[in-house]
Design a binder for this molecule. Structure first.
Ligand code: AMP
Ligand code: ZN
Ligand code: ZN
Length: 423
């Protein structure tokens, strides 16, 4: 028995360690805790490429009413580069791209020794590229059911967790199907009903790219069709008589760029010396030989064209000094109004076409997006100043009574003035 005692202690020790480790790794929850059932509901809607001035310019009826009875920011300030994936994931995590890791729609990952691209489904769905704690992961880990009808990051197993209900991205899914599914989720019994739901609509980005943001006719037509869909969502959620708060955001705006301002990426390529990763308004340079940095810099600066070469820490437009090594040591930035394209110069038409592009400096007002909110927690008929998109995450945490992780870049102080109850 004496000899058995230390062994039993050891056994108990192992069991305690094992159970505490297994509670660290959370799994997806499908049942709300009792506390979660009593919390409000949040629908976070992203309208890709919705520029800050569209509502003022075209007065879409449903959105205008939504804003009138709720809260808006003058504009939503994106992070650089003002591209879709980095900014959606900044909204989802409250972190700058530098810190959550999605540096662009494409980027090189040293940790994974591979190139990430939004067109590579396997990588889009692979959690190892995604840092931070998306709001649905934070909610899940405090035993709250979540759902997503599309959002950047929602298809990936971030920290081993996905939303309780989600769909792999399919841009062809009719908007009304997304609305009806969200309403069905909200009709589930309260212990199973998601408290955080994300949605995504690409319409304004698609139209903005195709026709440019100054084509009133095209923008208005797309906007009114989207407004109609949103009107259905507002009407159907209201009928449920639940405390639903709706937050509508966009990832960036849009700037008119004529095709004569396109620079073929071929102009700066040198496959022997380095790889290039372009997000149109910033090209990351990754030297193949770390001992030849000087040579790479000399070569790049010797090229002449409508662009400039920077050492990464000195690159303009960032709101911080970029340190993430996945940027690479040098950046090429096009001159004002120019845009890098993967299209070959020989394949580019001589005719000049109007397009819309984004990715430019967040200081350019054309890059600003939207922030509109309506629901029981928000003030009515209230406007707040332009606000950075890093601050949305702590706002959502506050509404859902979740403690934000310590390492986020956003701060609730910047947005809590829009809430009726601020402490
Ligand atoms: P961009 O305008 O190049 O920054 O990217 C916008 C495009 O991203 C949209 O037209 C969508 O097709 C695409 N997109 C949005 N969400 C996702 C997603 N979850 N997975 C893959 N592609 C997406
Ligand atoms: Zn976008
Ligand atoms: Zn776009």
């Amino acid at each position: 028995m004496r000899k058995l005692k230390p062994f039993l202690f050891f056994l108990v020790f192992i069991v305690v360690i094992f159970t505490s480790c297994s509670t660290l790794k959370k799994t997806t929850v499908f049942q709300n805790s009792k506390e979660a059932t009593e919390k409000p509901y949040v629908i976070l809607i992203s309208l890709d490429g919705f520029r800050w001035d569209y509502v003022k310019r075209f007065s879409p009826p449903n959105l205008s009413k939504f804003i009138e009875n709720g809260t808006k920011a003058t504009s939503l300030i994106p992070s650089f580069p003002t591209k879709t994936f980095p900014n959606h994931y900044t909204i989802a995590t409250g972190m700058y791209p530098e810190n959550h890791g999605l540096l662009g729609n494409s980027f090189y990952s040293h940790e994974n020794n591979s190139f990430y691209s939004i067109r590579d489904r396997k990588k889009v769905e692979d959690g190892k590229y995604y840092g931070g704690t998306p709001i649905w992961v934070l909610a899940n880990n405090s035993n709250m059911v979540t759902a997503s009808y599309f959002f950047v990051g929602s298809e990936a197993d971030v920290k081993g967790v996905r939303p309780s209900y989600y769909f792999p991205y399919n841009g062809k899914t009719p908007n009304i199907d997304r609305v009806n599914q969200v309403v069905d989720w909200l009709k589930m019994p309260s212990d199973k009903r998601p408290h955080l739901i994300t949605m995504y609509f690409s319409d304004m980005d698609d139209i903005g790219h195709r026709y440019g943001p100054n084509n009133d006719e095209a923008i208005k037509e797309g906007l009114y069709s989207l407004d109609n869909t949103l009107g259905e969502l507002f009407k159907k959620t209201k009928e449920l008589n639940l405390p639903v708060n709706i937050v509508i955001v966009s990832d960036h705006g849009m700037l008119e760029v004529k095709t004569d301002k396109f620079i073929s990426i071929d102009a700066i390529k040198n496959d022997e010396l380095y790889s290039v990763v372009s997000n149109g308004t910033i090209v990351n340079i990754h030297p193949k030989n770390p001992k030849k940095l000087e040579e790479v810099y000399t070569y790049l600066t010797s090229r002449k064209g409508p662009y400039k070469v920077y050492k990464t820490a000195e690159t303009p437009y960032f709101e911080y000094v970029p340190k993430n090594k996945n940027w690479g040591p040098f950046q090429v930035i096009p001159n004002d109004g120019y845009y890098f394209t993967y299209r070959k110069k020989s394949k580019m038409s001589k005719e000049v076409f109007v397009t819309g592009q984004h990715g430019f400096s967040p200081e350019k007002k054309e890059m600003h997006g939207i922030f509109y909110a309506n629901g029981p927690v928000f003030k009515k008929g209230y406007t707040t100043a332009s606000v950075k998109n890093i601050h949305i995450y702590p706002l959502l945490c506050k509404i859902l009574e979740l403690t934000p992780p310590k390492d986020i870049d956003g701060n609730i102080e910047k947005l809590k003035n829009i809430l009726k109850k601020q402490n």
